[in-house]
Design a protein around this ligand. Structure first.
Ligand code: AKG
Length: 252
């Protein structure tokens, strides 16, 4: 397998908290995974994320548990090898979601970091692989990131406002980097990096698979921001059931 990640890429990821790796999936892989995904998105039960200005996205939760093909993408050797190299330590699959941002009229994905909404605690090396199954130019709602925001505190003002989608006051004026992607590219972002995505203003849906990998030693830590759909785990319980949270990459 060709090495998709040089030392320089790893260093950039660690400094900025995100990276785009072009052409991780072949055109044939993209074609068949997109066909499977569109069928799933039509047929499966989905979660809708609606805000005042429209629908941000809908998605099939835990799609790796119901689709062999998409589990194959979540555990794809090229994707997991990159994830583990960027993280710098052993990882497990935490969850994989099949995302769709609808056509014109969708809302933007508000700025946030993932860590407060993912119910695990461990070394802060968790990351998301966001595999584009359609081209995502700026006008189809690609992601933007605040480089380096994973390395600094996220300061709240003292108004008591706990809105997780409000930009931390110390980062409001930091530059944001917008990253359009081609189908088959995969972006990786650190669990603490702040990111958002634009609206889809085109007449084609945006389809992607977002897979979260966690420190292999992570333990369950409930989050106030998301309902518990893991089924009765106790706080502090290791997430080490290999059938549900398999080790990935070199450690699988
Ligand atoms: C994530 O994967 O962490 C996201 O926030 C995805 C946002 C999007 O796909 O618009």
């Amino acid at each position: 397998m060709p090495d998709l990640v040089s030392d320089e890429v790893v260093e950039r990821y660690r400094r900025e908290g995100f990276i785009r790796i072009p052409g991780v999936l072949t055109p044939q892989e993209v074609e068949s995974l997109l066909a499977v995904s569109l069928l799933r998105l039509d047929e499966a039960e989905k979660v809708n994320w609606d805000r005042a200005d429209g629908r941000v996205m809908d998605w099939v939760p835990h799609v790796d548990r119901v689709s062999e093909e998409l589990r194959g993408l979540a555990l794809h050797p090229r994707v997991t090898a990159v994830a583990e190299r960027l993280a710098g330590g052993p990882l497990r699959l935490f969850k994989s979601e099949l995302l769709r941002k609808g056509t014109a009229g969708s809302a933007l994905t508000p700025l946030h970091a993932d860590a407060p909404a993912i119910p695990f605690a461990g070394r802060s090396i968790g990351l998301t692989a966001w595999a584009a199954l359609t081209d995502v130019p700026v006008e189809r709602g690609c992601m933007s990131y605040i480089p380096g925001s994973h390395l600094v505190p996220h300061e709240r003002d003292d108004s008591g406002d706990q809105d997780p989608f409000r930009c931390p006051v110390n980062l409001v004026w930091e530059p944001r980097v917008t990253v359009p992607v081609r189908a088959g590219d995969v972006t990786f972002h650190h669990e603490r990096v702040l990111h958002l995505a634009g609206r889809n203003d085109t007449d084609e849906v945006r389809v992607s698979l977002a897979t979260v990998y966690m420190d292999a030693e992570a333990v369950y830590e409930p989050s106030d921001l998301v309902p518990d759909d893991l089924g009765g785990l106790l706080p502090g319980q290791p997430l080490d059931d290999d059938r549900v949270f398999p080790l990935i990459g070199a450690h699988s």
